[in-house]
Design a protein around this ligand. Structure first.
Ligand SMILES: Cc1ncc(COP(=O)(O)O)c(C=O)c1O
Length: 396
């Protein structure tokens, strides 16, 4: 591995594991490696730490610890929530979701359609917003579940989950939300939100990959997706990822503490970065609502060029950013999220996502702002012009 300085602007893809989280989890990889289901003390003491971690995750979202099921990732949470709704209500074969969900929902929906279920993907408006009246009208007597993400991973656009959950309640339909992008950025209170299920992924909040959680409201019928041992009170088979769970618990505490920093300092960095790019680079457009979005995310379209070239230029400068979601990078298809918002394919192909986090500094933003204009100008074939201007500025 090489240890070049990394300018990391891709916090919606994954996040650096916090040193405090590493410290908390290491003992469970070294000294305390027992199986929490074992009946002897060496196992039982580990089980206590699993429960302490569960309590911390529950506190992050204002839930009862018994409402938290540990999973392996956000994808598992989303798949499990929808699967449970369909299996526990066999007469209902319709799923309502949106056209801008993460591939964890988009592809699961497609797989369900192949198995004979009906899945509707609600459209969005040009700023990424959902038409709530259309959502309400689209709920049918055979709708098993409404699964709508809280915050979009590509644009940061936030959907009004409290309102959506209230509509679902009034119609007697289960409501699940993919809240993977929200911890540490939005205040999460499941009691206020009123959803039945909610999924999380710890690697988005400075814990390692391979651990997530699904909140399932008390008295909601739940049918496990992974069937095996009686772990997670019979709701998710498989020997526990103890170190991951402990890490998630510690990261949940840190996320509560960093909420203010994300919404003040990180938001100010994002706003300065975005404003400067929009003001100094010609033909750039922001994608998604300016106001109703996460404090850390900026999705920008650069006219006349492809994101791939921008990302290679940034990478050469040590800057990590992405186009679309990391999971679909490598495909030449334009982002399904931007296409659903009505962008022309060429415009969508010229879009990059910059997502900041608590470890970003003002100096890193300055560096990005120094590098990006040259990369864009070179791609637009204006290299000579740009160099001339830069020389003039230095001389003057
Ligand atoms: C909104 C959203 N949902 C789900 C996922 C999937 O999470 P995981 O990678 O933990 O499966 C992601 C990850 O990018 C995401 O951003």
């Amino acid at each position: 591995m090489d240890h070049r300085k990394v300018y990391y602007f891709d916090n919606n893809a994954t996040t650096r594991v916090a040193p405090e989280v590493v410290d908390a989890m290491v003992p469970f990889l070294s000294e305390f490696w027992g199986n929490p289901s074992s009946s002897y003390h060496f196992g039982r003491q580990v089980a206590k730490h699993v429960e302490a971690a569960r309590a911390k995750v529950a506190e992050l979202i204002n839930a009862d610890p018994r409402e938290v099921i540990f999973t392996s990732c956000g994808t598992e949470g989303n798949n499990s929530a929808i699967n449970s709704a369909l299996v526990s209500q066999p007469g209902k074969r319709h799923v309502l979701t949106t056209a801008v969900e993460h591939s964890a929902n988009m592809k699961f929906g497609a797989a369900l359609q192949k198995r004979g279920y009906e899945v509707n993907y609600l459209p969005v408006e040009s700023d990424g917003a959902l038409d709530i009246h259309l959502l309400e009208k689209s709920i049918r007597p055979d709708t098993a579940i409404v699964s709508v993400m809280w915050a979009n991973n590509e644009t940061g656009v936030i959907f009004p989950i409290e309102e959506i959950a209230a509509i679902c309640r009034s119609k007697g339909v289960l409501c699940h939300t993919d809240a993977v992008q929200t911890p540490g950025k939005l205040k999460i209170d499941v009691a206020e939100l009123g959803v039945d299920m909610m999924s999380f992924s710890a690697h988005k909040l400075h814990a390692p990959k391979g651990i997530g959680a699904l909140y399932v409201k008390k008295r909601t019928k739940y049918h496990p997706y992974l069937v095996g041992g009686g772990q997670e009170q019979g709701r998710r088979g498989g020997t526990e990822n103890v170190a991951g769970m402990v890490a998630f618990g510690r990261a949940a505490e840190l996320a509560m503490a960093s909420l203010e920093d994300e919404n003040t300092r990180v938001k100010a960095l994002r706003d300065r970065m975005e404003k400067t790019i929009l003001a100094t680079i010609p033909d750039v457009m922001r994608n998604g609502s300016r106001l109703h979005r996460l404090p850390n995310t900026s999705n920008l379209s650069f006219g006349g060029i492809e994101a791939e070239g921008i990302l290679i230029g940034l990478d050469n400068a040590g800057i990590c950013a992405s186009s679309g979601s990391a999971c679909t990078t490598g495909s030449l298809d334009p982002s399904h999220v931007l296409m659903a918002m009505g962008l022309k394919a060429a415009r969508a192909r010229g879009s990059i996502r910059l997502s900041l986090g608590i470890y970003n500094t003002a100096e890193e933003v300055d560096y990005l702002l120094e590098e990006l204009p040259g990369i864009v100008a070179r791609l637009r074939g204006h290299e000579a012009h740009h160099k001339g201007k830069a020389k003039h500025a230095v001389a003057g």
